[in-house]
Design a protein around this ligand. Sequence first.
Ligand SMILES: C[C@@](CO)(OP(=O)(O)O)[C@H](O)COP(=O)(O)OP(=O)(O)OC[C@H]1O[C@@H](n2ccc(N)nc2=O)[C@H](O)[C@@H]1O
Ligand SMILES: Nc1ncnc2c1ncn2[C@@H]1O[C@H](COP(=O)(O)OP(=O)(O)O)[C@@H](O)[C@H]1O
Length: 293
Amino acid sequence: MRLLQDTAHAKINLFLHVTGRRSDGYHLLDSLAVFAGVGDQVSMQAPAEEMSLVITGHFGKGLDCNADNLVLRAANLLKDATKSTGAWNFKLEKNLPVASGIGGGSADAACALRLLATEWKSDPSILYSVAEKLGADVPVCIAQKATRMQGIGEVLHTVPQLPDIGMLLINPGVGVSTPAIFKSFATLGGIRSRQEITFPEKWETASSLFSTLRETGNDLQAPAILHAPIIQDVLNAIALQQGCEISRMSGSGATCFGLFSTPAEAESAQQSLSAQAANLGWWTWAGPLHQSP
Ligand SMILES: C[C@@](CO)(OP(=O)(O)O)[C@H](O)COP(=O)(O)OP(=O)(O)OC[C@H]1O[C@@H](n2ccc(N)nc2=O)[C@H](O)[C@@H]1O
Ligand SMILES: Nc1ncnc2c1ncn2[C@@H]1O[C@H](COP(=O)(O)OP(=O)(O)O)[C@@H](O)[C@H]1O
């Protein structure tokens, strides 16, 4: 019996600028993607008759275990692309809210690809071309490193290790549709011309990272708030926390994040929000970033 497992960390866009649009309708982005300490757990076990998936975890209900699930789509696509043989029983522990701007499904797909590529010794170029087919956010989730993401999500530039900051995540329990948010973006004025942000060689301190981020924003935040005004309440609640340096939505939402100089400050902010969050049914997490070695 073979058992392999890994964590599919939440992908957080510390900023997200929409810089253009392709003829196929996909938007060109400029984003700093980082990974939070929290994630889904993906495991795969052989021997198996055929590729299969079982889902557990708080956010597992309502998710399909059939071939449409991104874990199985990833497995079957890579198997075909590499003409590999063999099947695996996958297990997914769904700890991340779904359709929530933190790349949950994309991270699961990337995790399945990572596990299988190790087993099948797949060529990285095949791995990334399969990732691009699965979704714009899947390539960046393969390495799970702080990355400047451009193109529609396939142009990746690794950035230096970030300072050990703390992050608070809050999801208000409303799913938002990524396509709908991009559509509303256009009606709200669309692409702004702006100077491309330059990053320093390395962010030596948390405050230097925060000052870079203060020059940026998330262009999908205003359209998302139109669709789900509760997002503004979440942003306000985070911004009010002691030591909060940045309060912003991730991706196309609805999950928002707060950045703090240390994980301990993020955890105490989570603590002081816990009653309000429990009352309103908000999902929260706080802790350090995940920084792959
Ligand atoms: C917005 C971002 C930012 O990281 O993250 P999430 O909010 O999903 O976490 C990603 O670009 C989401 O990537 P992903 O969720 O994989 O999007 P896909 O499934 O490929 O596309 C869903 C739909 O979003 C729109 N879309 C997506 C990516 C992109 N660069 N331009 C787009 O216009 C398209 O309408 C597309 O049909
Ligand atoms: N393993 C999975 N986890 C989450 N969503 C999945 C998964 N497989 C397929 N999906 C579908 O993908 C969409 C959400 O993708 P996800 O990456 O969670 O969104 P976001 O990038 O906004 O966090 C939903 O429509 C969901 O039904």
